[in-house]
Design a protein around this ligand. Structure first.
Ligand code: FE
Ligand code: CA
Length: 514
């Protein structure tokens, strides 16, 4: 099947083109291109993957400009970029209940090879995306390149960093949260997000449509498959379980959370098993890349203990142990007891060479000061120190091979040794940490970061001057991390360079400068 015209003829044969009768709905006619949010793929495991798109013609309308009826959407997967050698195809119904999104789960593809895919609805054909299917479980793999990123406040910059991710030609992208921002904040805005703070499903949908309209973000989704988890701004700043950072609690907050989670699912290439049920959505999971690497994608928001000693309503604080002894309460969990136990079991069962713990925020202690006067920012792992101890002890006692923690949230690059006791210079390093800077979101001042680093010698680098991402190359013998830094996010096509490179050698936890 070589051309767009032939593709449409094939649609007509299936009864999915204009003029042909079919069971699902009247043949759709679109006032404008309905594939304006692009295409995406995700979770490429077991010879399959999730293919995603959403039909929308009008970003200014709650209904996306579509009639409230299901629309049949055909998908096809090819072994070549020109889409001649079709190896799999099918039809999904895009329904208004799910914002006319499509999550097609393709199966039967060959492990370890690239495929191309696209969608068609009515007389419209989507752009083509590509993805690499994961290698077979425990198959030997020589290398994996992936990029990880987080925090893309739309108003604070253009998504030029995604252009550079695409140029790096990664096999996977791992996104670690703050895909959208519910609020408008920061300085030197280069563009406007759609107005208002979202609370309802329709409002969250419109925020996703705004962010996903960006062509550089769309190109990054089309370039390879993504793994994704969320952080707070996909719902509300600093939220914890059923309590918003703004003080909203109980059923009202859970209704907001349900709307936000549903809109998240609708706009991301996630498998059907992650589909939300009201305010509940199981997003934490593990994901294998042959014998080389295993990813543990964590959810540090849905199940966490409420913010300790909040400064205002439900939000975070900066506080020391004398003011807030509850910080040291071992009953407080960041992941929740069920996810903690699941992760501990997963560590015990791991047989891969590299184990990537993909979570939201900085794990290394980073409080300023010393002793009982050390001041901690409570929204991160520093606000849940006993839970951090449990996680690091689990890594150590399970003898997890080459554990590497990746994160985001703090809007600066950070590289650290993770230790069982950050106060004891003789305490062993049990894992390596790389926390990536933001795609666009603004950082604290470098002066503040330098002060915190002086009090935390296990943190080898903390640099908030640049926006960007982290590029990782894993081989059996070593992992290489390049901290990527944009010249500016005030222009779409700015340059990007490597601020610093680090390596972790097989069997030797702790990043070293390369
Ligand atoms: Fe953020
Ligand atoms: Ca965050």
């Amino acid at each position: 099947m070589s051309s767009r015209r032939e593709f449409l003829q094939a649609l007509a044969a299936l009864g999915l083109a204009p003029g042909a009768p079919h069971r699902v709905a009247a043949a759709p006619r679109f006032a404008r291109d309905p594939f304006r949010l692009g295409v995406a793929s995700g979770y490429p495991s077991s010879g399959g993957a999730v293919l995603w798109t959403r039909l929308i013609t009008d970003f200014e309308r709650y209904d996306g400009g579509l009639d409230p009826a299901p629309v049949p959407v055909r998908w096809e997967v090819a072994a070549d970029e020109a889409m001649r050698d079709i190896v799999s195809s099918g039809v999904e119904s895009a329904t208004p209940e799910w914002a006319h999104s499509v999550h097609a789960e393709v199966k039967g593809l060959a492990p370890g090879r690239w495929y191309w895919y696209r969608f068609a609805a009515g007389d419209a054909v989507s752009p083509t995306g590509r993805l690499l299917i994961a290698p077979r479980r425990e198959a030997p793999v020589g290398r994996l390149r992936f990029a990880f990123a987080s925090c893309q406040q739309y108003e604070q910059g253009y998504y030029g960093a995604w252009r550079h991710v695409v140029r790096d030609d990664p096999e996977l992208v791992v996104f670690l949260g703050d895909y959208i921002y519910e609020s408008s904040w920061g300085r030197r805005h280069v563009r406007k997000q759609n107005p208002g703070e979202p609370y309802t499903l329709e409002e969250y949908r419109m925020r996703y449509a705004c962010y996903k309209s960006d062509p550089d973000l769309q190109a990054a989704h089309a370039a390879c498959a993504w793994l994704a988890t969320w952080d707070d701004h996909e719902v509300d700043n600093d939220y914890a379980d059923d309590r918003g950072g703004d003080g909203m609690t109980g059923a009202r907050f859970l209704a907001r959370r349900a709307a936000a989670y549903r809109a998240y699912y609708e706009h991301m290439p996630l498998p059907a098993r992650m589909r939300p049920d009201g305010p509940h959505m199981r997003i934490h999971t593990q994901f294998g890349w042959g014998a080389l690497a295993r990813f543990y994608l964590l959810d540090d928001r849905q199940y966490r203990a409420h913010q300790v000693c909040p400064r205002y309503s439900g939000g975070s604080n900066v506080i020391d142990l004398r003011e807030c002894p509850a910080l040291a309460d071992p009953g407080r969990s960041l992941l929740g007891t069920v996810q903690e136990a699941w992760l501990d079991r997963a560590f015990g069962a791991s047989r891969t060479g590299w184990n990537i713990i993909a979570q939201q925020t900085l794990m290394a202690r980073f409080g300023v000061g010393s002793g009982s006067a050390r001041r901690y920012w409570t929204d991160g792992w520093d606000g849940y120190p006993m839970a951090r101890n449990r996680l690091l002890n689990s890594i150590h006692s399970k003898k997890l091979q080459n554990p590497v923690v990746i994160g985001g949230d703090v809007h600066h690059h950070a590289v650290a040794d993770l230790k069982l006791d950050f106060d004891d210079p003789a305490s062993p390093v049990v894992a390596s940490e790389f926390c990536g800077t933001s795609i666009t979101s603004q950082s604290r001042s470098q002066k503040q970061l330098d002060a915190a680093r002086a009090d935390n010698p296990h943190v080898k680098l903390a640099d908030g001057r640049y926006r960007g991402y982290v590029r990782m190359d894993i081989e059996p013998g070593k992992l290489k991390a390049d901290l990527r830094a944009m010249d500016t996010v005030a222009e779409r096509d700015a340059a990007c360079s490597t601020l610093a490179g680090f390596v972790v050698e097989d069997g030797h936890p702790g990043p070293r400068r390369s």
